[in-house]
Design a protein. Structure first.
Length: 390
């Protein structure tokens, strides 16, 4: 077992009517003036944003708002938010939405406490030393950003999607009402299920020796998300299923399923370039790549894939169990409506030039590797993209 630090300071309020705890939580964490940050019109049409504004008004808490967050959140809106918060003297960022909104909020929170360009943190030129406090009213379970140290932004001018990990950006609180997810479209639900599973899969496929307690937690969560996720796709208005998936999303990415082992996250890194190149949904991009990554790296440690097949995918043990587990994962993606190749994802084959561009960006011109289960450089990245493009 490797040494580790497990730090999860986020206060979670989970369940029906959990939004009623918003004002006490804002007061508890010292909010003086709030930025309400959200995405498209659904948050307004659902009545959630008007409800939050009314609650703040009744409590005498001043606020300003900034909507417009899109999937794969843009750095340009973060800049706009930083400018607005400085002008209005905002001291607390309230994200109302899913992972893209939370990450955008985290970027703003970093930026208003930093004299330079917030992109410095994502470009590796500086490390965060502070952040304004962030709270979340979660409406889309997927990214786990409500309890993670992660923030991912897209710089559209440079064609780069980069992440920054720091405990400074961990949310003070997360309000999680599964009722808010009952009307999510099937595609968005499936993308979320894929991302949730992947956050633990990226921790499970480690080059380190098996770690029984962490492995058991990880295997149990992955299996439950697979089984529950498939049930949810058939019964999307089931509160209990929605609640299970919502809580799994937080547990999958708060570090619990990776204590004592090295993470991989190679598929995530490869997918970031798909999102940047084609503007696809993150979960769908992960599904399009994972099976091809898995078959490419399986020879590094077939026993790990065998364990995954048996304990997560319910494949009987046998000589071909490892490979059958990958195939079973591919079939699962198809059953929930996810693509399993780049052509399925974007509606055509990627060109050779596009593949090389994605590999160049992912490897930062051949100077950067990704992954830990098998370390991937630019040539390996091209190989995986190419196999996923068949």
């Amino acid at each position: 077992m490797r040494d580790f630090v497990y730090y999860t300071p986020t206060e979670v309020v989970f369940g029906r009517k959990s939004e009623d705890s918003l004002i006490p939580l804002l007061n508890k964490y010292g909010a003086g003036k709030v930025l309400i940050h959200y995405g498209g019109g659904s948050a307004v049409r659902s009545g959630l944003i008007p409800k939050i504004k009314a609650m703040l008004d009744s409590a005498g808490l001043p606020w300003v708002e900034l909507g417009g967050v899109v999937p794969n959140p843009h750095l340009s809106l973060v800049y706009e938010g930083i400018k607005l918060c400085r002008k209005e003297r905002v001291d607390f960022i309230l994200a109302v939405g899913g992972g893209s909104v939370i990450d955008s909020a985290k970027g703003i929170a970093y930026g208003i406490r930093y004299d330079g360009d917030v992109w410095d943190f994502f470009d590796g030129k500086a490390a965060p030393k502070d952040s304004a406090p962030v709270g979340v009213v979660l409406t889309i379970p997927a990214s786990g950003s409500e309890m993670s140290d992660s923030c991912v932004l897209t710089n559209t001018e440079k064609g780069q999607k980069r992440g920054c990990n720091s405990n400074f950006c961990r949310c003070r609180f997360a309000i999680m009402n599964p009722e808010r997810t009952l009307t999510l479209p099937d595609f968005q639900t499936a993308c979320g299920i894929t991302d949730i599973m992947m956050h633990s899969m990226e921790r499970y496929f480690t080059p380190d020796a098996p770690m029984p307690i962490t492995d058991s937690l990880c295997e149990g969560l992955m299996r439950d998300v697979r089984v529950t996720g498939e049930k949810l796709m058939a019964d999307p208005h089931n509160y209990e299923l929605r609640a299970s998936i919502m809580w799994s999303g937080s547990l999958a990415h708060n570090g619990l399923t990776g204590c004592g082992v090295r993470f991989d996250f190679g598929t995530h890194r490869l997918e970031h370039e798909l999102s940047t190149m084609y503007g696809v949904a993150h979960g769908a991009g992960l599904a399009a790549l994972w099976c091809h990554w898995a078959k490419y790296v399986m020879a590094e440690n077939p026993s790990r894939f065998r364990s995954f097949a048996i304990k997560v995918m319910d494949i009987p043990d046998g000589p071909e169990a490892a490979r059958r587990g990958i195939d079973a994962m591919r079939d699962f993606y198809r059953r929930i409506g996810m693509p399993t190749s780049i052509p399925e994802l974007i509606g055509r084959k990627a060109t050779r030039e596009e593949i090389e561009t994605m590999a160049d960006r992912c490897s930062r011109g051949g100077t950067f590797t990704v992954g830990a289960f098998k370390v991937l450089g630019r040539p390996e990245m091209i190989d995986i993209y190419t196999k996923a493009n068949e």
